[in-house]
Design a protein around this ligand. Structure first.
Ligand code: G3I
Length: 330
C-alpha cells in the first residue's frame, strides 16, 4: 500500500483534493488524510451552532484541533460555513422574551459572529463558504424561506460577504449550493451570484456541493453548470462530493456490503466526472470529498435512516476502491 500513489500528488497540476473531516475521523483516518488529501473542510465543527452555541460564548476547541492537524501536515483549510439556515441556534433570531429580534439586532449578531470567527482563523484558512444554500428548490422564487431572510431581509447575503471581507480581505469568499444540475436551480444560483458581482459584493467563488449518485445527475447537466458559472469569472470548486451507490428511490436497507455491480457503476461515474473536472481545470481550483473512507459518511443514515452507504474513494478498511484507481488513470 505504501507504493500507492497519492491522489493529491496526482492532481497537483490540476486542482487540490480535499476531504471533509470531523472530530472522529481526524483521529481514525489520519494516515489516509495525510497521504491523499491536501485540503480539509470541517464537516460540522465550524458551523454556527458549534462555534457560538450561546450569545457571546465562543467554543473553538474542536475547530482549533482540526486546524492544528492541517497546519502540522501542511494542508489547506476551507472554512464551512458562516451563514446557513441549518445548524444555527435560535438565539440569533430571538429576543429574550421569545419574540423575533429586529433587523438591526440580527445584523449585529451576524457581524459579531463572522468577525470573531474569520479573525480567529485569518492566518489558517484560505477560503470560506460565506453563505450556504440560500436559493430555493421550489417554485419561481429565488430565495429560500429562512430566519435570516425573515429578520434581516434580502440583503443578508451581501452583508455576510461584506462582513467577512472586512476582517480578512485576503480570504477567498464562496457561495455554496447543491442541485446545480437542475436547470431552474442552476439559473437561480447564477442570477444570485451575478447580482452579487454587479453590486460589487466581494465574492470570489462558487461551490458546487456534488452530492451525486450512480445514475443522477447527468454528465451533460454538470458540464452545463460548470460552463455557466465559468462565465461569471469566479473560481469554481466541487466542495462536498460523494457518489451514493443507491439511485434515488432505492430504499433497500438490508445490504451488508455493496455489490460488485454497484462499485463498478460508481467507479464509472467518478471516472467520467473527473474527466469533466480536468477539462475545466482552468476554472476549477479544488475538489473536496464529503469524507475520506466508507467507514464514516453522513450518507449512512440519509435519506434512509439506518441504511449503510459506500459513497467514497476508500473502503471501510481505508483501502483504495475501483473508483480511486479510475480517477488516478489519466
Ligand atoms: O452533535 C449531535 C449529538 O450531540 C447528538 O447526540 C446527535 C443525535 O442525533 O446529533 C449530533 O448532531 C448531528 C451532527 O450532524 C453531528 O454529527 C446532527 O444530528 C446531524 O443532523 C448533523 O448532520 C450534518 C448535516 O450537515 C446537518 O445538516 C452532517 O453530519 C453533515 O455532513 C451535513 O453536511 C451538509 C453540509 O454542511 C452542507 N451541504 C449538505 C451537507 C450534507 O447534508
Amino acid at each position: 500500500y505504501n507504493e500507492v500513489l497519492s491522489l493529491c500528488e496526482r492532481y497537483r497540476e490540476q486542482f487540490f483534493i480535499g476531504a471533509a473531516v470531523n472530530q472522529y475521523t481526524i483521529d481514525t483516518q489520519q494516515e489516509l488524510l495525510k497521504k491523499h488529501f491536501n485540503s480539509i473542510t470541517a464537516e460540522n465543527e465550524m458551523k454556527f451552532e458549534n462555534l457560538q452555541p450561546e450569545e457571546g460564548k465562543f467554543t473553538f476547541a474542536v475547530a482549533d484541533k482540526l486546524v492544528s492537524f492541517a497546519k502540522e501536515n501542511h494542508k489547506q483549510v476551507r472554512g464551512h460555513t458562516l451563514v446557513w439556515h441549518n445548524q444555527t441556534p435560535d438565539w440569533v433570531f430571538t429576543n429574550k422574551n421569545g419574540s423575533f429580534a429586529d433587523r438591526k439586532t440580527v445584523l449585529e449578531r451576524m457581524n459579531t459572529h463572522i468577525s470573531e470567527v474569520v479573525k480567529r482563523y485569518k492566518d489558517d484558512l484560505y477560503c470560506w463558504d460565506v453563505v450556504n444554500e440560500v436559493v430555493t428548490d421550489e417554485g419561481p422564487k429565488l430565495l429560500r424561506e429562512s430566519k435570516w431572510l425573515e429578520t434581516i431581509g434580502e440583503d443578508f447575503i451581501d452583508k455576510a460577504f461584506e462582513f467577512a471581507h472586512q476582517v480578512d480581505p485576503d480570504a477567498l469568499l464562496f457561495y455554496n449550493d447543491y442541485n446545480e444540475s437542475d436547470p431552474t436551480k442552476r439559473d437561480k444560483i447564477y442570477t444570485l451570484v451575478k447580482g452579487l458581482k454587479e453590486r460589487g459584493v466581494p465574492i470570489h467563488g462558487v461551490g458546487l456541493q456534488a452530492h451525486w449518485n450512480v445514475s443522477s445527475p447527468s454528465y451533460d447537466d454538470i458540464r452545463r453548470a460548470i460552463e455557466k458559472y465559468a462565465t461569471l469569472e469566479l473560481q469554481i470548486q466541487l466542495t462536498e462530493m460523494d457518489v451514493s451507490v443507491f439511485e434515488f428511490g432505492d430504499k433497500r436497507k438490508d445490504l451488508k456490503k455493496p455489490t460488485e455491480e454497484m462499485l463498478g457503476a460508481q467507479a464509472e461515474r467518478y471516472e467520467e466526472f473527473f474527466n469533466i473536472f480536468r477539462e475545466y481545470s482552468d476554472v476549477i481550483t479544488g475538489v473536496t470529498f464529503w469524507g475520506a473512507a466508507d467507514d464514516y459518511t453522513w450518507l449512512s443514515d440519509f435519506p434512509v435512516k439506518g441504511r449503510k452507504n459506500w459513497p467514497l474513494l476508500f473502503d471501510e478498511q481505508h483501502q483504495p476502491k475501483q473508483s480511486f484507481w479510475r480517477i488516478m488513470e489519466f
